[in-house]
Design a protein around this ligand. Structure first.
Ligand code: PFF
Length: 469
């Protein structure tokens, strides 16, 4: 009974936090953050990233939650409501006048772009989740037969064998589809949230081991010492893209989560907490991984970075294989929670727009995403000859979607919230706390959405565009 669960899901604050963090925390923190930092020269990019989290990520995240909570809908139907094209229980639009045709076109297409982005991201996310499954299984076997595990060999087997990647991708997608089709996702996302403390303990242990390597000081200097000459015209766009990816902004998932929220929930605090926790985990992942990158002289950057480094670390530390199993198990759970968030987002939108039954919606989405995953899964083997702009298919998709599509959707959604959503309803969400600061906070938030964050995203996109030529 999806409708019933919808109203009861986030009855407790903890339930919401666990699910939102379960969705935000994923491969973005451990797999993508280190390699994007490596590609962008280290410390200066980390600073830029943190700056963007606070300046752009927090207000955008609050905006998406707000849109969902106020309109009580997922992204696409919410944007249709604002376009004045859908029945609404209460009026969520600031103006009574129906928006101009160009604006209605924009509202409808931004939602569609968000959903297409979600499906393609889910496709290659499932491929990388398959890599995690592969390492988990290899390390499990190594508990009984330690000699058999070779970190480099395990990665090579995977990269050379596209069909194995496709098989692992299908297993992952099937699992996600079964969970969503049976409406079990919120229970599971909460479990991901509960597993987080265990994961944090494992990451602390691995980071200490990593910090004991002689390469640690050079690595920490790389990670935290800002050398601004290393930044390029593309860096602001890459920082913003990654902020959105890691916070699950620009997909519509936070809008869906917002629509599941119960009445009493202080959105600014919720948004701020999710952002800070998520960034802290990413930084810690950097601390854990960079000493190994420097130690092993690994190729800087590239989607394989995490898989080149962590397996090496666990094969040299005492009892490392157990750590390895724990690490990849938690990482798999994290990627499962995030994949469920992505999948649920598509199904929720589809169901609300077309009234498709949950199970049928889930099967259709699984099929489409599987087809979309074939290219990225084969990109390091059968399709290794296919290069777009000098990159393999998986890397190209990652770059195009995260650095372009996500910021564009997020930008449109933020401006919709800032200009079209009823101010009275938004202010009420901020004034929930009856403190003198709440009203000021609301004014600052809306000001920053309207006049600060929007232009920052536009400038970052323009710089990125110039860098293409
Ligand atoms: N934020 C997730 C990560 O960092 O891996 C990715 C993600 C999950 C994006 C769920 C969107 C989403 F709905």
């Amino acid at each position: 009974m999806p409708q019933a669960s919808k109203t009861t899901i986030f009855e407790t604050r903890l339930g919401f936090y666990l699910a939102a963090i379960g969705s935000a925390f994923g491969l973005g923190n451990l797999w993508r953050f280190p390699y994007v930092v490596a590609q962008n020269g280290g410390g200066a990019f980390v600073l830029l990233y943190l700056f963007m989290v606070l300046l752009v990520g927090v207000p955008f995240l609050i905006g998406e939650l707000m849109l969902g909570k106020i309109s009580r809908s997922s992204l696409v139907p919410a944007l249709h409501k604002l376009a004045g094209e859908r029945y609404q229980v209460r009026d969520v639009r600031e103006s009574e006048v129906k928006p101009a045709p160009w604006l209605r076109w924009l509202l409808k297409n931004a939602g569609t772009l968000g959903l297409v982005t979600t499906m393609v991201v889910l496709a290659y996310y499932a491929v990388i989740s398959g890599w995690v499954l592969h390492f988990l299984m290899q390390l499990l076997v190594s508990l009984f037969n330690p000699e058999r595990f070779h970190a480099d060999g395990a990665l090579k087997v995977l990269l050379d064998n596209g069909w194995l990647q496709l098989l692992l991708t299908s297993v992952h997608l099937l699992l996600v589809a079964i969970i969503v089709a049976n409406d079990l996702e919120f229970g599971l996302e909460k479990w991901v949230g509960y597993c987080m403390p265990v994961f944090v303990i494992l990451m602390i242990a691995l980071a200490f081991k990593s910090l004991s390597l002689e390469s640690a000081s050079e690595a920490m200097q790389f990670l935290f010492y800002p050398d601004f000459s290393k930044l390029t015209l593309k860096s602001p766009g890459q920082a913003i893209g990654h902020v959105f990816f890691t916070l699950s902004v620009g997909f519509g998932s936070m809008v869906t989560f917002g629509s599941y929220l119960r009445e009493k929930m202080y959105l600014p605090m919720a948004g701020f907490r999710v952002c800070t926790l998520d960034s802290a985990i990413s930084l810690w992942a950097g601390v854990m991984i960079f000493p190994l990158v420097v130690y092993g002289n690994s190729d800087f950057g590239g989607p394989q970075l995490l898989f080149q480094t962590v397996p090496k670390l666990v094969s040299v530390m005492p009892g490392g294989h157990w750590f390895g199993v724990g690490f990849f198990l938690c990482l798999y759970l994290a990627s499962l929670g995030a994949s469920i968030g992505l999948f649920e987002n598509v199904v929720a939108n589809w169901r609300e727009m077309r009234r498709v039954p949950r199970q049928r919606g889930a099967s259709m989405v699984a099929l489409i995403v599987f087809l979309l995953a074939v290219g990225p899964a084969l990109s390091s083997s059968v399709l290794s000859g296919v290069r777009v702009g000098g990159r393999g298919l998986l890397e190209f998709l990652d770059e195009a979607l995260i650095n372009w599509c996500l910021p564009i959707t997020a930008l449109v959604v933020s401006q919709v919230v800032a200009w079209l959503l009823k101010t009275e309803l938004m202010a009420a969400e901020f004034n929930d706390r009856e403190s003198a600061g709440s009203e000021r906070l609301y004014k600052n938030w809306i000001f920053s959405l309207r006049y600060v964050t929007g232009p920052i995203v536009v400038i970052a996109l323009l710089l990125q565009l110039i860098a293409q030529f």
